[in-house]
Design a protein around this ligand. Structure first.
Ligand code: ZN
Ligand code: ZN
Ligand code: ZN
Length: 495
């Protein structure tokens, strides 16, 4: 027999009384109180003191400690530590036109490579494939000398040897970069949000093997800007000072917080005790000194792991202002009101890998294509500098026609998921109930969904001929929300 029951809610998100943020502490003299945790150290440090049992961190903190206890080496500025073919170290040669390098296991190294007094040039397979401009053009005579293969090695400006793979092509279909320039992952978490399952920690665990403990820093700061704001102000000030000298080439900041429905104010204290305006909170959490570090980084990303009101409500403009001023290259947020952070974990791991390791940021759309399950849960908002805001929306002719969410049942005959496509154009989709007639309603109920202006499939294709609408996987669309190209995306929803 069915019965109702009350279970614990997962989130403490929801309304929280709005407060003004307390004034900033002017003097950073007071020592921060235990807010730094789970970090690999920047500089070599004295032997770690043996912990007494009483000082042991809680279990989740242990589990999140990264396995990078060795003192990091001082890195070269442009470090691409691993072979682009096999992602491993060993004897290798640097490409002259890109940061990739290839190892002697993947590629045949010609004789005479190490002879002193000669200039050797090498152009990697990826650069050959992309036909990089700097690669010398070879002549017919060169081709004969090089067995008619593209040349990889040049000696004193003359062809030396072609590229000869030693391992199967499948291993290096993409010749990814393995960019291991200094990276910082910073997790800013509302006090009380659990460490386990924290997206930033998961991402840091993913990055760690690429860095082997060097040139990689994972920091966590928890905040309560209502009752313990001094601690946070001091801790962030101290951290910013350390990062200033660390000078990361890449920085990722993940904010884990709740927001108030509709207004999108950010919670500043746990349990919904207090909230404050999104802009005020962001500028407080990432103050000028930290923004300076962000601006100096080559690649930067802010992830807003917060319920949708932050990215859909009036707070969205405040976020855009913050992103522009703080100098983040990209910021990502989610639109669904009851956002489940875990639903975005694989997606965030995937994009951060491409942003920070393989340097394939331009393939964002390709990455999206593999994450349609996230698209069923939420749209993604991307903030770019100069106040540009873009929405990515997974769409499906029946389940999300032109980005709208149809009701889960027919509004007249109450049949569950009864809809078929009655007509489909690039600007409008009409769904009709397949059960109304059977249920004696008469003419089947139809719902019309119009596409917002400037709403385009990111794969550039059209729906034309989508007869098997029920079986297609769906695709991602994009829409400019704030730019000179803004269209008004008011949904048209006829019942
Ligand atoms: Zn290799
Ligand atoms: Zn190259
Ligand atoms: Zn019906």
């Amino acid at each position: 027999m069915a019965r109702t029951k009350q279970t614990a809610g997962k989130s403490t998100g929801g309304p929280a009384p709005k407060k003004a943020l307390a004034a900033k502490v002017s003097s950073p003299a007071a020592p921060p109180q235990a807010t730094l945790s789970s970090s690999a150290e920047v500089a070599p440090r004295p032997q770690r003191k043996k912990r007494k049992a009483a000082e042991d961190p809680p279990v989740d903190a242990i589990m999140l400690t990264l396995p990078c206890t060795t003192a990091p080496q001082q890195p070269p500025e442009e470090a691409n530590t691993w072979c682009a073919g096999c992602d491993d170290g060993g004897k290798s040669v640097d490409c002259d036109t890109c940061p990739r390098h290839l190892c002697a296991v993947c590629l045949e190294f010609p004789e005479g490579l190490d002879e002193p007094g000669h200039t050797i040039n090498f152009y990697c397979p990826r650069c050959w494939l992309l036909n990089a401009e700097k690669i010398p053009k070879w002549t017919a005579k060169d081709e004969a000398e090089a067995d008619r293969q593209p040349l990889g090695f040049f000696k004193d400006g003359k062809p030396l040897a072609p590229i000869r793979y030693k391992v199967p092509q499948t291993l290096r279909a993409q010749w990814p970069l393995s960019d291991t320039t200094r990276l910082v992952v910073l997790s800013l978490r509302l006090d009380g949000t659990p460490l386990l399952g924290d997206a930033a920690a998961l991402i840091a665990h993913h990055f760690a093997p690429y860095y082997q403990g060097a040139m990689f820093l994972f920091e966590t700061l928890t905040f309560d800007l209502d009752t313990k704001f001094e601690e946070y102000d001091n801790a962030v000030d101290k951290l910013a000072g350390r990062l200033e000298s660390y000078a990361p080439a890449k920085i990722m900041v993940v904010l884990t917080d709740h927001s108030t429905p509709d207004e999108g104010c950010l919670h500043i204290s746990q349990g919904g005790a207090a909230s404050a305006g999104a802009g005020d909170v962001l500028f407080r959490l990432i103050p000028a000194k930290l923004q300076q570090v962000v601006r100096q980084a080559r690649t930067s990303l802010l992830v807003l792991q917060v319920c949708g009101a932050l990215n859909t409500g009036p707070a969205r403009q405040e976020v855009a202002d913050f992103v522009a001023i703080a100098g983040f290259q990209h910021a990502i947020g989610f639109t669904t009101p009851r956002f489940l952070p875990a639903a975005a974990h694989t997606f965030l791991q995937d994009i951060s890998h491409h942003f920070f390791i393989t340097g394939h940021a331009k393939r964002f759309q390709h990455i999206l294509a593999t994450h349609y399950e996230l698209g069923m849960h939420t749209d993604i908002i991307m903030y770019f500098p100069a106040h540009e805001i873009y929405r990515y929306c997974w769409t499906h002719p029946i389940h999300r026609p032109h980005g709208h969410r149809p009701p889960p049942q027919c509004p007249v005959c109450f049949t569950l998921t009864p809809f078929d496509v009655a007509s489909l154009t690039e600007t409008s989709i009409v769904l009709k109930c397949s059960a109304c007639q059977k249920n004696g309603i008469g003419a089947p109920r139809q719902l019309t969904f119009d596409a917002p202006l400037n709403f385009q499939r990111i794969d550039g294709k059209l729906w034309a001929g989508a007869k098997k609408a029920k079986t297609v996987q769906g695709v991602w669309y994009g829409e400019w929300l704030h730019t000179t190209r803004t269209g008004n995306g008011i949904p048209v929803y006829h019942l």
